[in-house]
Ligand binder design. Structure first.
Ligand code: AP5
Ligand code: ZN
Length: 210
């Protein structure tokens, strides 16, 4: 099953993908996570993209497409994927059509006010990338990852200026994909301002039978 999760920052794409990957038996591939992993390992790619992510801008298409194309060659992607945060521009979508077209594009629908609430309370584990929210999805022990016990951190792009910029980038560069995939009849809208459990259930129903 080949799925794309599309939606503004903070819509819950990563949270839902982390739950559904095991149920659906396909890997959760987040381009944001791949970049953050490269940054923490201080690779050449990481050095190149660190400032771009912190400012909330998009990494150039060529670099992003090459990264995804390589990742999809791994054996675990043999039966499909959940792509979270890719494609994010029309050229990225056209590239994906050429090497592994998605069967369904799940569009997470949510308003800006809720996005700001979610992103300003998000905390992440620096080594595993596991995602929490101080109110909506808190860890068992305040400020600590449930499994590693590490101190949770705030993503650099969750500062208020970066959140505003990411929403603007989403509107201008990524939202046109809604029409792009709508025309191909592969789009399904999911109201994402519900509880995590409900959103997971709605997405599962929408992709059943693929
Ligand atoms: P990326 O990591 O993809 O960031 P994003 O798209 O901005 O999305 P987020 O991770 O912020 O949100 P999410 O929808 O995953 O929400 P989450 O589940 O965490 O990309 C980061 C950067 O990398 C980009 O800005 C860009 O620089 C670069 N990049 C990545 N892909 C690229 C590409 N294709 N091309 C170019 N550049 C690229 O949830 C958010 C919060 O809400 C959490 O705290 C969570 O606990 C909480 N929450 C989730 N669901 C619910 C719910 N139902 N109810 C209440 N709270 C909830
Ligand atoms: Zn995410």
């Amino acid at each position: 099953m080949r799925l794309v999760f599309l939606g503004p920052p903070g819509a819950g794409k990563g949270t839902v993908a982390a739950i559904l990957k095991d149920r659906l038996g396909i890997p959760h591939i987040s381009t944001g996570d791949l970049f953050r992993d490269a940054i923490s390992r201080k690779t050449d790619l990481g050095r190149e993209v660190e400032g771009i992510l912190a400012r909330g801008e998009l990494v150039p298409d060529e670099l992003t497409v090459a990264l995804v194309r390589e990742r999809l060659k791994a054996p675990d992607a043999g039966h499909g994927y959940i792509l979270d945060g890719f494609p994010r521009t029309i050229p990225q979508a056209e590239a994906l059509e050429a090497f592994s077209p998605p069967e369904k594009v799940v569009n997470f629908v949510i308003d800006d006010e809720e996005v700001v609430k979610r992103l300003s309370g998000r905390r992440v584990c620096p080594s595993t990338g596991r995602v929490y929210h101080v109110i909506y999805n808190p860890p068992k022990v305040e400020g600590k990852d449930d499994e590693t016990g590490e101190d949770l951190v705030i993503r650099p792009d969750d500062r208020p200026e970066a959140i505003r910029h990411r929403l603007e980038v989403y509107r201008t560069q990524t939202a046109p994909l809604i029409t792009y995939y709508g025309k191909k009849s592969r789009l399904v809208d999911i109201p994402s301002d519900r509880s995590i459990e409900e959103v997971v259930h709605l997405v599962e129903q929408a992709v059943r039978g693929l």
